[in-house]
Each structure stands twice: as C-alpha cells, then as structure tokens.
Design a binder for this molecule. Structure first.
Ligand SMILES: [Zn+2]
Ligand SMILES: [Zn+2]
Length: 460
C-alpha cells in the first residue's frame, strides 16, 4: 500500500478544523445548520462545497438527504432521517461530540403529542449575536428554530427574521454561501439592538417570554425520550380541572377560551394536543411545560390561573368559513381567466379570495373546470418566467459586452472569473447555466477585435 493511500492519511485529508467551542449551557444548544455554517467559515469553504463533500462521504441511501435545494433545510435539525444523514456526514468530516444535541430529537421523540413544527425561515435574537462576538463566535440556537418560540427569554426581545440592512426576510435555514451572523444577500451583520418586550404592561409579551423560557428549560433538561407526554398532559389537565374548577370541564374550557368539545377530546385521548395547546395551558396555569409533559403533581397546588392574551385566544377560533359558492359564479370567474382577464392572477390560491372559496372547495365542486384553469395559470407562470429570463439575459449580455470591451481597452485578461466579479459588483449573482453565455460573449468581442480567446489566454 502506498503511503498516500494509507487509511490514516485519507482520514486526515478530509477532516475539517473544528469551530470554536461554545458555552456549555444546554438551553443555548446550537443547531446543525449553525454548526455547518461555522465549520465552513473556519475552514474558509462555502457551505455548498461542504455539502458536495458531505454527499461523497456518506452512504448512498443517506446522501440524497444532504442537500440545500429542496427547500427543507429546516428539517436538518429536526432529529429525523435528514438529521441522521447530516450528522453522519459531520462525523465523517469533523470531530463532533454528542451531535444529536444539535437537533430537536429530545422533543420530537416524545409520544402522544402533536408534531413539533420548526420554522422554515432563519430567525435570531440580534442581542444574543451581539453578545456572542464578545465571548464566542456568533451562532444560532436550536431554540430559535422552534415555531412556537418568538422571543428571546434572555434579552426579553422579539426574535427577528429580517436583515437590518437590505430588509430581506425569510432567509432559508442554510444556504450555499452562508456566513455565521451575516445576511446571505448583502453580508450585513445581523446582530444589534432589538425591540424589547414589556412584561409588566402587556400580556402578550408575558406570554411570549413564558413560552420561550419553557422551551429553553425543556432543551436544558429534556424529559426522558420514552415519556408518554400525551398522558402527562391529560393528567395535568385533569388535576387542574379538579383543583381549580371542582371537576367541571366547562369552566376549564372557559378559562382557556376553548370549546368544551376540545377539552373533552384532549381528556379522552381523542387527539394529541399540539405544542401550541400545551404552551397555552402551561401559561394559563403557570405550570412549566416540563412538569406538564411528565404529569408531575407538585406544581398543581402552586398553580394559578391568568387570562390568555387576546391574540393567543383568537388563534384558537376557527377562521372565517368560506361562504357557500354556487357553481355558476365559479364558472363565470373561470371564464374570465380563460378570456385573459385578471392577468395578475397566476395561481389558484391567488384566485380563491375573489369568491372567498378555498382551492379545495373549487376542486370539489368543479373538478375538471378547476384543472383546466390550473393549466391556464401554469402557462401564465411559465410565460412570466420566460419574460423575466429574457430581460435578465438582455441586461446581462449588454453588461458583459461592456465589461469585456473595457478589459480589452485596458489590456486586462478577460478571464471568466474577472468578468463574473465585475458582474457581481453590478448586482448579478451568476447562475451556472449562464457561464456559457458569458464565454460566448467574450469570444465574440475578442473575435471582433481580431483575436481569439485562445490567443488572448496564451498571452496570459
Ligand atoms: Zn437574546
Ligand atoms: Zn441583507
């Protein structure tokens, strides 16, 4: 065996330098996405490079779960199969300890409760990031990925999802060119000050901070993975009902601003309570989530009722029901679309508010007609995209011509990289399929000047 093929050398060749250590506190656990971002920054590679490296270092059945393009980057830290794939890649490429800590598996593995929803968009506490750079590196907490969490319990402020400089929001959880603590679009620093919540004055602030703190505590001291949290929730609810309302479910329902039937379904195992429902009960009776999930009885004697803020209770009530739409008026609307009216409408969802009818209902009452309209709308989307692409291509061609021309006049070598750099300065981020176009334009300009690209390259 040659020295270069020795297993130990192969192993060291693909291992990446680990990022700086973070605080030990379990409530500020880091998410996988944040860890990947930091490890890429430390090793000066793009996240996309890491991903392609990770794919080739993972078993084939897991490799297809390692990608950034399917819009599911929030699942990376959920604790399911996607997490397993990413963690095995991390283990292959780095030295990580207890990597499952970087996922919400402690919460998703509980039984008897609803699905834990993770946010699709990156969220952060600007004040936490600001503080991080004083002691550590900026990193993003697992806590911020939980949909129910909207506030930072440490700084008592709202989490934000919008870049303070370019204003872009809904950044994906992980993208090809991400950097820790920076906006992926403009590179701005995401730390800074934030809107503080006033707990003493308004109920909603109190609620948001309570929920954030409850989840932070749950991450810090997770309940055992095998816990039947649904049964814990039922036990707690029964005890609350018996202690505060003399066993009358109707009064309990009133205190939570829910229908009696909802409480009855919870108590009879009819449906698993959602995390939002558990958060509201936890707040309304001052019972920490953790004790609720385990069904501990110690917290009941000290529990007390406080009203839920209006914004929280209004989300319990069913939304305005769509009116009954008669088929003729729906068909009339469809006919307008077929006739080319309402040109700004490009999806069925955009069409639905006009008659206050859901897409589902549309399909139910007029299946074939809805399908026909969907096809028309899909054609509209395609045309709009083509138009957009054409505008971009024209602008790009114009700029590329100008750049190559100026390179020629200055005697600079018009390499693809150099041209792309100039284009980037003008605000174009290049797409892979456009490389050929750039090369074509360059060759044309050079040909016009009586030389070929090859000759130019030869000169260096
Ligand atoms: Zn904070
Ligand atoms: Zn930005």
């Amino acid at each position: 065996m040659g020295l270069l093929n020795h297993p130990s050398i192969l192993a060291t060749r693909c291992s990446l330098l680990p990022p700086a250590p973070l605080p030990e506190s379990q409530s500020c656990r880091e998410s996988i996405q944040s860890y990947v971002r930091r490890i890429c920054a430390k090793n000066q590679i793009h996240v996309s490079t890491f991903v392609s490296e990770a794919k080739s270092n993972t078993a084939a059945d897991l490799a297809n779960r390692i990608q950034l393009s399917n819009g599911c980057t929030h699942l990376i830290s959920k604790g399911g199969k996607t997490s397993a794939a990413w963690l095995s890649a991390l283990e292959a490429l780095t030295i990580v300890q207890s990597p499952w800590d970087m996922t919400t598996r402690d919460l998703t593995s509980l039984t008897g409760v609803g699905r834990l929803v993770l946010t699709r968009a990156r969220r952060w506490c600007p004040m936490c990031l600001e503080q991080d750079i004083l002691y550590f590196e900026p990193f993003e907490r697992l806590l911020w990925t939980i949909n129910e969490v909207h506030a930072c319990h440490i700084h008592r402020c709202l989490l934000t999802s919008r870049c303070p400089r370019c204003g872009k929001g809904d950044l994906l959880m992980l993208q090809g060119k991400d950097n820790p603590g920076q906006c992926v679009h403009c590179g701005a620093w995401l730390g800074g000050s934030a809107r503080l919540l006033d707990e003493d004055r308004d109920g909603l602030s109190k609620y948001l901070i309570w929920v954030a703190r409850s989840f932070a505590d749950l991450l810090a001291n997770p309940v055992a993975a095998t816990t039947d949290a649904g049964s814990g929730f039922r036990t707690t609810l029964q005890k609350i009902r018996d202690f505060h309302f003399q066993g009358v479910s109707a009064h309990l329902a009133l205190s939570l601003d829910r229908n009696k039937s909802v409480i009855a379904t919870w108590l009879s195992r009819g449906s698993a309570p959602s995390w939002q429902a558990m958060s509201t009960v936890s707040y309304a009776f001052h019972v920490p989530l953790q004790e609720m999930l385990t069904g501990s009885k110690d917290c009941i004697p000290v529990s007390f009722h406080r009203p839920l803020p209006l914004l929280v209770t209004s989300s319990h009530r069913p939304r305005r029901r769509p009116q009954r739409t008669d088929i003729p008026s729906l068909l009339k609307l469809f006919a307008r679309v077929h006739a080319g009216e309402l040109p700004h409408i490009q999806t069925l969802t955009a069409l639905s508010p006009i008659l206050n009818i859901s897409v589902r209902e549309m399909r139910r009452i007029a299946k074939n007609e809805t399908q026909a309209v969907a096809e028309v709308l899909s054609l509209r989307r395609k045309r709009a995209q083509e138009k957009k692409d054409l505008v971009r291509k024209n602008a790009l061609t114009f700029e590329a011509f100008r750049i190559v021309q100026s390179f020629y006049e200055l005697g600079r070598h018009p390499s693809r990289r150099a041209i792309e750099k100039e284009l980037r300065l003008l605000g174009y981020s290049m797409r892979r399929k456009e490389y050929e176009l750039i090369a074509q334009i360059r060759n044309e300009v050079l040909k016009g000047q009586g030389r070929t690209a090859a000759a130019y390259e030869h000169r260096g």
